[in-house]
Structure formats: C-alpha cells, structure tokens
Design a protein around this ligand. Structure first.
Ligand code: NDP
Ligand code: MG
Ligand code: MG
Length: 340
C-alpha cells in the first residue's frame, strides 16, 4: 500500500527561506503561486513577455518576471506550463539552474519520457494535486486541502523529500493527504486512465451507445438522454459511494440488466485492447507518437478533434441543453467557478 503524508509530516523550514519560481499562471500555476505566497513563501511567477496572464499575476500581488529570470532567481522551479511546451521552456531556464536547486513538476511526462534531461546536481520532484487548479486554490482559501501525489525522481541534495513535503504543505495538499508514488507510476497510470477509461473509453462508449439507438430508428433526443446526459447521475453515485451506491440507487431491473450485460459489452476483447494501450504507454510508443505529432503541427489531433465536434450527438446535445433551465443553471455556476 502507498504511504500517505499529512501536515504533521512536513516541516516548513525546508522551504521557508527559499524562493519558488512558478512557471506559468494557468490552471495549476495560479493556484501554486497564490497558495505558496499566502503560506509566506517567497514566490516569483515566470511568464513570457507577451503573456496575457501578466496583469492577473501582478494584481494578485505577485512578482512576475520572464521564465529565465524567475528561474535564475529561484531555488525551486515549479514547471507549470503545458506539458507540450515544457521542453522549450526548459531550454530557456536551464542556465539558471544551480547545483542544489530543485525542478518541481505536477506531472511526470517530460521527465519520465526523457523530454527534459535535468543535470545530475539538481533535485527533481513532483507535487501533483489530484484536481484542477481552481479547486486547489478554492480549497486552500476555505482552510481545506486538495489530495495530491508526491514523487522524487532525483535527490541530489539528500533533502528532496523534506522540501517536497514542505511544498505540499504550503500548497495545502498535505492538509488532505499526499500519496507517495514515482514519476513512472504517476505518468503511466495517468496516461492509461485518460486513454482507456476516463476520456477515451467513456466517450467511445457514449458514441457507440448513441449510434446503436439512432441507427435502430430511435430519436436522437432519446439517445442523447439515455447515453450521455444520464451518465453524470450514474458517475455522481459512483463518486459518492462506489459501485455499491450506484447499484443500490438504480432499479432492480437496471441492476440485473447492467450486471448481466455490462461485461458482455466491455468484454475480454476490450480488456485485450486495454493491455495493448497500457503497453504503448509503458514502452514509450505513445509518448513518441505524441511528441512527433506536436512537432508536425498536430495534423491528426486537429482532424480527430474536428470529427468529434462534428458528431451528431454534439449538435443534438447542444440544442437540448439550451432548452433546459437546469442545464443553464449548471452552466452559470460553472462559469462562476472558472472566474474564481
Ligand atoms: P495551463 O494550460 O493552464 O497553463 C497555461 C500557462 O502556461 C499560462 O500561464 C500560459 O501563459 C503559460 N504558457 C503557455 N505556453 C507557454 C510558453 N510557450 N512559454 C511560457 N509560458 C507558457 O497548464 P495546466 O495548469 O493545466 O498544467 C500545468 C502542469 O500541471 C502540467 O504539467 C499538467 O500536466 C499538470 N497538471 C494539470 C492539472 C489540471 O487540472 N490542469 C492537474 C494536475 C496536474 P500565456 O498567457 O503566456 O499563454
Ligand atoms: Mg489525470
Ligand atoms: Mg493527464
């Protein structure tokens, strides 16, 4: 079982006299910068000169500089720009890394797949909140925490873990619990999960279900409600109380039908495909493909994304969501969340 750390396992002395450069001020960046700043840690935000986030960071009372300047000044460089641009940003900051400094990440892709190769005399750590940045910030302000992951890739100083724990404490994650993992485990499970189950698997299941009903002559509206809209209600129950709460909340008919048919749909063939998907993650084949895709200007990504937007379920769903007040209310409260 994994080790879980909490506030009492962390000692803020490990970072209290250090300067943290937070590169990027997006989802994670704004939350890390503001939470660390509120925790009394010296923070400088690193942004490119034409960044649209420059004002927002300054308005939050934070010092802002270019990534190169911020990294040169800092002892800990938290790399929170998008994963695909991290290698290019790393080229701008590498000269500012001194022996004993720390490169800190929120996801392991670039380190695990060798897209960033740090010098051997710096620490390389990960504190990865298991949540979007606006929740990391909101929970912190409410005095609560956001669960996170901790991993140490390289411990040049011998103090990498103590420092990472103190970072997790200042970020608020140690209030909720920080699970110890490795760069490899975090990266591979994250990629597998989003490909096979969360993003890829679930959208494919929804589309196939929708198409099966529509092709059999049922109305697209009914197919949308059955195969996409209601998914949220089912997932909410699983989130709250596991599979048991979901099965207990649906009718006996739904439970019997689901228990007998579910494994016939997502069967051993799907399980074989999952193993192949995991293998491509583990052997670096997926990472190579994604790096090359970016170098080529994302042709396949753009085309597939467009095809997804053009799927019938999207236009049917958009019309239906317009019609219903409940979804407008939801959209409004989500907009508020985004603004925070
Ligand atoms: P975002 O896409 O929100 O980051 C955008 C920020 O990066 C902006 O401030 C943007 O500034 C800056 N940026 C973009 N391109 C460049 C560039 N070429 N040079 C300098 N700055 C640039 O990233 P996330 O917060 O989503 O992700 C950051 C890290 O956190 C990733 O490693 C991700 O995997 C990880 N993570 C993300 C989670 C999430 O929920 N989002 C959850 C857990 C981990 P500009 O105004 O200049 O465009
Ligand atoms: Mg993930
Ligand atoms: Mg991911």
């Amino acid at each position: 079982r994994a080790t879980i750390y909490y506030d009492e396992d962390a000692d803020r002395k490990a970072i209290e006299n250090k300067t943290v450069a937070v590169l990027g001020y997006g989802s994670q960046g704004h939350a890390h910068a503001q939470n660390l700043d509120d925790s009394g840690i010296n923070v400088v935000v690193g942004l490119r000169e034409d960044s649209s986030s420059w004002d927002a960071a300054e308005d939050a009372g934070l010092a802002v500089a270019t990534p190169a300047e911020a990294a040169a000044e800092a002892d800990i460089v938290s790399v929170l720009v998008p994963d695909t641009v991290q290698p290019a940003v790393y080229e701008q900051i590498r000269d500012g890394l001194e022996a004993g400094d720390t490169l800190q990440f929120a996801h392991g892709f670039n380190i695990h797949y060798g897209q960033i190769e740090p010098p051997s005399d710096v620490d390389v750590t990960m504190i990865a909140p298991k949540s979007p940045g606006h929740l990391v910030r909101r929970n912190y302000e409410a005095g609560e925490g956001t669960p996170g992951l901790l991993a140490i890739y390289q411990d040049a100083t011998g103090t990498a873990k103590a420092e990472a724990l103190a970072y997790a404490q200042a970020l608020g994650c140690a209030r909720a619990g920080v699970v110890e993992t490795t760069f490899r485990e975090e990266t591979e499970t994250d990629l597998f999960g989003e490909q096979a189950v969360l993003c890829g698997g679930v959208t494919s299941l929804v589309k196939h279900g929708y198409e099966t009903l529509v092709d059999a002559g049922y109305s697209p509206e009914m197919a949308y409600f059955e195969c996409m809209n209601e998914l949220k209600l089912i997932v909410d129950l699983m989130y709250e109380g596991g599979l048991a709460e979901m099965w207990n909340s649906v009718s006996d008919t739904a439970e019997y039908g689901g228990l007998t048919r579910g494994d016939q749909i997502v069967d051993e063939h799907a399980r074989d495909r999952m193993e192949e998907t995991l293998e491509a993650v583990q052997n670096g084949e997926f990472a190579r493909e994604w790096v090359m895709e970016n170098r080529a200007g994302r042709p396949s990504y753009t085309q597939r994304r467009q095809a997804e937007m053009n799927h019938d379920i999207e236009s049917v769903g958009a019309e239906l969501r317009e019609l219903f007040a409940w979804s407008e209310e939801e959209a409004e409260s989500e907009d508020e969340e985004q603004e925070q």
